[in-house]
Write a protein that binds this ligand. Structure first.
Ligand SMILES: Cc1cc2nc3c(=O)[nH]c(=O)nc-3n(C[C@H](O)[C@H](O)[C@H](O)COP(=O)(O)O)c2cc1C
Length: 173
Protein backbone atom coordinates (compact mmCIF):
# COMPACT_ATOMS: atom_id res chain seq x y z
CA UNK A 1 0.00 0.00 0.00
CA UNK A 2 1.48 3.35 -1.03
CA UNK A 3 1.36 6.25 1.40
CA UNK A 4 0.59 9.33 -0.65
CA UNK A 5 0.49 12.94 0.49
CA UNK A 6 -1.71 14.99 -1.84
CA UNK A 7 -1.03 18.73 -1.69
CA UNK A 8 -3.87 20.93 -2.89
CA UNK A 9 -3.20 24.60 -3.69
CA UNK A 10 -5.30 27.64 -4.54
CA UNK A 11 -6.51 27.02 -8.07
CA UNK A 12 -9.96 26.60 -9.50
CA UNK A 13 -8.73 23.10 -10.47
CA UNK A 14 -8.75 22.17 -6.76
CA UNK A 15 -12.10 20.45 -7.31
CA UNK A 16 -10.36 18.00 -9.64
CA UNK A 17 -8.07 16.92 -6.80
CA UNK A 18 -11.12 15.36 -5.14
CA UNK A 19 -11.39 12.90 -8.03
CA UNK A 20 -7.65 12.19 -7.87
CA UNK A 21 -7.93 11.38 -4.16
CA UNK A 22 -10.88 9.11 -4.88
CA UNK A 23 -8.86 7.23 -7.52
CA UNK A 24 -5.92 6.74 -5.15
CA UNK A 25 -8.18 5.47 -2.35
CA UNK A 26 -9.97 3.12 -4.75
CA UNK A 27 -6.54 1.81 -5.75
CA UNK A 28 -5.84 0.92 -2.10
CA UNK A 29 -3.44 3.79 -1.41
CA UNK A 30 -3.35 5.53 1.97
CA UNK A 31 -3.94 9.21 1.28
CA UNK A 32 -3.21 12.24 3.45
CA UNK A 33 -4.32 15.60 2.09
CA UNK A 34 -2.55 18.86 2.90
CA UNK A 35 -4.24 22.05 1.72
CA UNK A 36 -2.91 25.58 1.53
CA UNK A 37 -5.18 28.19 3.04
CA UNK A 38 -5.85 29.50 -0.51
CA UNK A 39 -7.01 26.00 -1.53
CA UNK A 40 -9.61 26.09 1.26
CA UNK A 41 -11.25 29.06 -0.49
CA UNK A 42 -12.00 26.78 -3.44
CA UNK A 43 -12.92 23.39 -1.90
CA UNK A 44 -13.81 22.50 1.66
CA UNK A 45 -11.39 20.31 3.65
CA UNK A 46 -14.48 18.25 4.50
CA UNK A 47 -14.59 16.96 0.92
CA UNK A 48 -11.03 15.71 1.15
CA UNK A 49 -11.44 14.37 4.67
CA UNK A 50 -14.38 12.25 3.55
CA UNK A 51 -12.77 11.03 0.33
CA UNK A 52 -9.35 10.33 1.86
CA UNK A 53 -10.79 8.91 5.10
CA UNK A 54 -8.12 10.85 6.98
CA UNK A 55 -7.95 14.24 8.70
CA UNK A 56 -6.99 17.09 6.38
CA UNK A 57 -4.08 19.28 7.41
CA UNK A 58 -3.93 22.98 6.70
CA UNK A 59 -2.47 25.04 9.47
CA UNK A 60 1.14 24.55 10.52
CA UNK A 61 0.42 25.77 14.04
CA UNK A 62 -2.69 23.69 14.72
CA UNK A 63 -2.52 21.28 17.64
CA UNK A 64 -0.85 18.22 16.09
CA UNK A 65 -2.11 14.67 16.63
CA UNK A 66 1.36 13.64 17.80
CA UNK A 67 4.38 15.35 19.30
CA UNK A 68 6.36 15.62 16.07
CA UNK A 69 5.81 18.60 13.81
CA UNK A 70 3.38 17.50 11.12
CA UNK A 71 5.55 18.56 8.20
CA UNK A 72 8.24 16.17 9.45
CA UNK A 73 5.95 13.20 10.07
CA UNK A 74 4.21 13.65 6.72
CA UNK A 75 7.51 14.10 4.91
CA UNK A 76 9.00 10.93 6.39
CA UNK A 77 5.88 8.80 6.11
CA UNK A 78 5.22 9.54 2.42
CA UNK A 79 6.22 7.27 -0.44
CA UNK A 80 5.01 9.91 -2.85
CA UNK A 81 4.02 13.58 -2.55
CA UNK A 82 1.75 14.88 -5.31
CA UNK A 83 0.82 18.53 -5.63
CA UNK A 84 -2.34 18.76 -7.74
CA UNK A 85 -3.23 21.40 -8.63
CA UNK A 86 0.11 23.15 -8.23
CA UNK A 87 -0.13 26.94 -8.40
CA UNK A 88 2.57 29.18 -9.83
CA UNK A 89 3.07 30.44 -6.28
CA UNK A 90 3.67 27.00 -4.75
CA UNK A 91 5.93 25.96 -7.65
CA UNK A 92 7.98 29.14 -7.05
CA UNK A 93 8.21 28.31 -3.35
CA UNK A 94 9.40 24.78 -4.15
CA UNK A 95 12.02 26.05 -6.57
CA UNK A 96 13.38 28.47 -3.97
CA UNK A 97 13.16 26.34 -0.85
CA UNK A 98 10.51 28.47 0.81
CA UNK A 99 8.69 26.68 3.63
CA UNK A 100 6.13 29.15 4.95
CA UNK A 101 3.14 26.83 5.18
CA UNK A 102 2.58 23.17 6.03
CA UNK A 103 2.57 21.99 2.43
CA UNK A 104 5.69 23.95 1.47
CA UNK A 105 7.51 22.74 4.59
CA UNK A 106 6.53 19.14 3.86
CA UNK A 107 7.78 19.47 0.29
CA UNK A 108 11.09 20.83 1.52
CA UNK A 109 11.50 18.16 4.21
CA UNK A 110 10.57 15.04 2.26
CA UNK A 111 12.92 12.60 0.58
CA UNK A 112 10.01 10.93 -1.21
CA UNK A 113 9.38 11.25 -4.94
CA UNK A 114 7.53 14.50 -5.64
CA UNK A 115 5.14 15.05 -8.54
CA UNK A 116 3.41 18.30 -9.49
CA UNK A 117 0.48 18.91 -11.81
CA UNK A 118 0.56 22.65 -12.54
CA UNK A 119 -2.68 24.54 -13.17
CA UNK A 120 -2.76 28.21 -14.03
CA UNK A 121 -3.62 30.94 -16.48
CA UNK A 122 -1.64 30.63 -19.75
CA UNK A 123 0.25 33.87 -19.05
CA UNK A 124 1.37 32.59 -15.65
CA UNK A 125 2.46 29.28 -17.20
CA UNK A 126 4.34 30.93 -20.09
CA UNK A 127 6.07 33.45 -17.82
CA UNK A 128 9.83 32.84 -17.82
CA UNK A 129 9.78 32.91 -14.01
CA UNK A 130 7.42 29.91 -13.93
CA UNK A 131 9.25 28.12 -16.75
CA UNK A 132 12.59 28.56 -14.95
CA UNK A 133 11.07 27.35 -11.69
CA UNK A 134 9.64 24.27 -13.41
CA UNK A 135 13.00 23.56 -15.08
CA UNK A 136 14.66 23.78 -11.66
CA UNK A 137 12.21 21.24 -10.25
CA UNK A 138 12.77 18.86 -13.19
CA UNK A 139 16.54 19.13 -12.65
CA UNK A 140 16.00 18.07 -9.04
CA UNK A 141 14.02 14.98 -10.02
CA UNK A 142 10.49 16.28 -9.51
CA UNK A 143 8.04 14.68 -11.92
CA UNK A 144 6.12 17.41 -13.71
CA UNK A 145 2.81 16.37 -15.23
CA UNK A 146 2.51 19.13 -17.77
CA UNK A 147 -0.65 21.16 -18.11
CA UNK A 148 -2.66 20.69 -21.26
CA UNK A 149 -3.91 23.15 -23.83
CA UNK A 150 -7.56 23.99 -23.51
CA UNK A 151 -10.23 26.16 -22.04
CA UNK A 152 -9.08 27.96 -18.89
CA UNK A 153 -11.16 29.13 -15.96
CA UNK A 154 -10.10 32.75 -16.62
CA UNK A 155 -12.12 32.69 -19.86
CA UNK A 156 -9.15 32.30 -22.21
CA UNK A 157 -7.70 29.24 -23.90
CA UNK A 158 -4.11 28.02 -23.97
CA UNK A 159 -1.59 25.95 -22.04
CA UNK A 160 -2.21 25.89 -18.32
CA UNK A 161 -5.14 23.57 -17.81
CA UNK A 162 -4.35 20.89 -15.26
CA UNK A 163 -4.08 17.34 -16.61
CA UNK A 164 -7.20 15.31 -15.92
CA UNK A 165 -7.21 13.33 -12.64
CA UNK A 166 -7.30 10.01 -14.54
CA UNK A 167 -4.19 11.02 -16.50
CA UNK A 168 -2.35 12.06 -13.33
CA UNK A 169 -3.37 8.83 -11.63
CA UNK A 170 -2.15 6.77 -14.58
CA UNK A 171 1.24 8.55 -14.67
CA UNK A 172 1.75 7.91 -10.98
CA UNK A 173 0.59 4.30 -10.95
C1 LIG B 1 -10.57 32.58 -8.75
C2 LIG B 1 -9.09 32.39 -8.65
C3 LIG B 1 -8.50 31.38 -9.37
C4 LIG B 1 -7.12 31.19 -9.31
N1 LIG B 1 -6.57 30.19 -10.04
C5 LIG B 1 -5.23 30.02 -10.01
C6 LIG B 1 -4.64 28.98 -10.77
O1 LIG B 1 -5.30 28.18 -11.44
N2 LIG B 1 -3.30 28.85 -10.72
C7 LIG B 1 -2.49 29.69 -9.99
O2 LIG B 1 -1.26 29.53 -10.02
N3 LIG B 1 -3.04 30.67 -9.23
C8 LIG B 1 -4.38 30.85 -9.22
N4 LIG B 1 -4.94 31.84 -8.45
C9 LIG B 1 -4.07 32.65 -7.59
C10 LIG B 1 -3.66 31.86 -6.34
O3 LIG B 1 -4.83 31.45 -5.62
C11 LIG B 1 -2.76 32.72 -5.44
O4 LIG B 1 -1.52 32.94 -6.11
C12 LIG B 1 -2.51 32.10 -4.09
O5 LIG B 1 -1.65 32.94 -3.35
C13 LIG B 1 -1.88 30.72 -4.19
O6 LIG B 1 -1.54 30.26 -2.92
P1 LIG B 1 -1.04 28.78 -2.65
O7 LIG B 1 0.04 28.48 -3.66
O8 LIG B 1 -0.49 28.85 -1.25
O9 LIG B 1 -2.21 27.87 -2.73
C14 LIG B 1 -6.31 32.04 -8.50
C15 LIG B 1 -6.93 33.03 -7.73
C16 LIG B 1 -8.30 33.21 -7.81
C17 LIG B 1 -8.93 34.28 -6.98
Amino acid sequence: MRKIVVGVTGSIAAYKAAELVRLFVKNGDEVHVVMTSAACEFVSPLTFRTLSRNPVLVDQCAEPAEWRPEHVSLAEMADLVVVAPATANTIAKMAHGIADNLLAATLLATRAQIAVAPAMNCGMWANPATQENVATLVKRGVLVIHPREGELACGTAGAGRMAEPAEIFKELK
